[in-house]
Design a protein around this ligand. Structure first.
Ligand code: AHM
Ligand code: MG
Length: 340
């Protein structure tokens, strides 16, 4: 009997009514992102065979060395989002300023997209999973070029968000605020097929995910929480397991499936943490909440933070509801937001 499957394109059409404003523009945007993801996936899979690994020799706005794949992925997503005509501007980790898409502006495009085209840069050259993270907002400015305010909306205003993980298989996971659905790329037909319908993150878990090499620089709340994770107690399944890939998307995705907490706190070196609010924390916070989990900066809900700049950084505690709550308890007891 022929196997039944639902492709991303079919699913988007079936769920058209779920999309805010339901005009088909957002569906088109998501399909464009899916196409760019397939092209990036093709290159990621060839890394090592082609001259695509290593540094370009330049730095991005955060002063980090740009990898060839970073730059390639950025170009692919910008091209895909530009060709559809639904997105009037993009904020990317790889570009200092927002990018205006003039052709879409003349068509009165209603959406702006924030994106980390290739997350987990330090894992690109060593064949470890990497990802893409994106966040979609409806613009609030009226006509003409997009403005900063279109991007500096609170995470609660996202109309859709998602991530792609280029791992042992390639998956695209997204939400439009009506639950979370995951699609696995079937390379034999070149389509993302629904494999993880209505994803829910376990309410509790036994995995904690943090770069413990920075321990000495962590706030006291995090230090004490880590000690809590390592203490033996049968009733709470402790000690927990430590798992840290160093690619946010991959660590997040594992925790979505198995239950767990991912923490990138403020450190003495980076008082605001390392991760970026617009295109790393907010989209994953939107997804985790839709899946029944939590995302916090240790004290406040990520989705309610007021962004002030495109590349703003933010501490992140994200994952299973009970684990994030417990980590927040330690932060509230042993740290203060001021010294975060
Ligand atoms: P990037 O966007 O430059 O790749 O940085 C973000 C990455 C995350 O994917 C990952 O969780 C974190 O940085 C790892 O940082 P560290 O090496 O400090 O643990
Ligand atoms: Mg990143």
């Amino acid at each position: 009997m022929a196997q039944k499957f639902l492709t991303l394109g079919q699913f988007i059409i079936e769920r058209q009514a779920d999309f805010p404003y339901a005009k088909g523009e957002l569906s088109r945007l998501l399909r464009d992102i899916g196409i760019a993801a397939k092209i990036v996936n093709r290159e990621v899979n060839k890394a090592g065979l082609m001259d695509i690994i290593g540094d370009v020799g330049s730095q991005n706005v955060q002063g980090e060395a740009q990898k060839k794949l970073d730059v390639f992925a950025n170009e692919q997503f910008i091209a895909a989002l530009s060709s559809g005509g639904e997105c009037c501007a993009i904020a990317s980790e790889e570009n200092d300023e927002m990018i205006h898409i003039e052709s879409a502006v003349s068509k009165n495009a209603k959406y702006v997209v924030s994106i980390d085209p290739l997350d987990g840069s330090s894992n690109i050259d060593v064949n470890v999973s990497i990802g893409t993270i994106f966040s979609i907002y409806r613009r609030i400015s009226l006509g003409g070029l997009a403005t900063m305010n279109d991007f500096l909306q609170k995470g609660t205003q996202q109309v859709a968000a998602g991530y792609i993980t280029y791992g042992s298989s390639t998956m695209l996971v997204y939400s439009t605020g009506h639950g979370v659905n995951g699609f696995t790329l079937d390379p034999s037909i070149g389509e993302f097929c629904l494999s993880h319908p209505d994803m829910k993150i376990p309410r509790d878990g036994v995995i904690y995910s943090i770069n413990e090499g920075n321990y000495v620089h962590f706030p006291d709340g995090v230090k004490k929480y880590l000690k809590y994770c390592q203490v033996e107690e049968e009733a709470t399944n402790r000690p927990y397991s430590s798992r840290y890939i160093g690619s946010l998307v991959s660590d997040f995705h594992r925790n979505m499936i198995k239950g767990g907490v991912y923490i990138y706190p403020s450190t003495a070196k980076s008082p605001k943490g390392k991760l970026r609010l617009l295109y790393e924390c907010n989209p994953l916070a939107f997804i985790v909440e839709q899946a029944g989990g939590l995302a916090s900066d240790g004290f406040n809900r990520i989705l309610e933070m007021q962004p002030k700049s495109l590349h703003q950084r933010c501490p992140l505690f994200i994952g299973s509801y009970e684990m994030v709550k417990k980590a927040e308890e330690f932060m509230q007891k042993y740290s203060t937001p001021e010294v975060q």
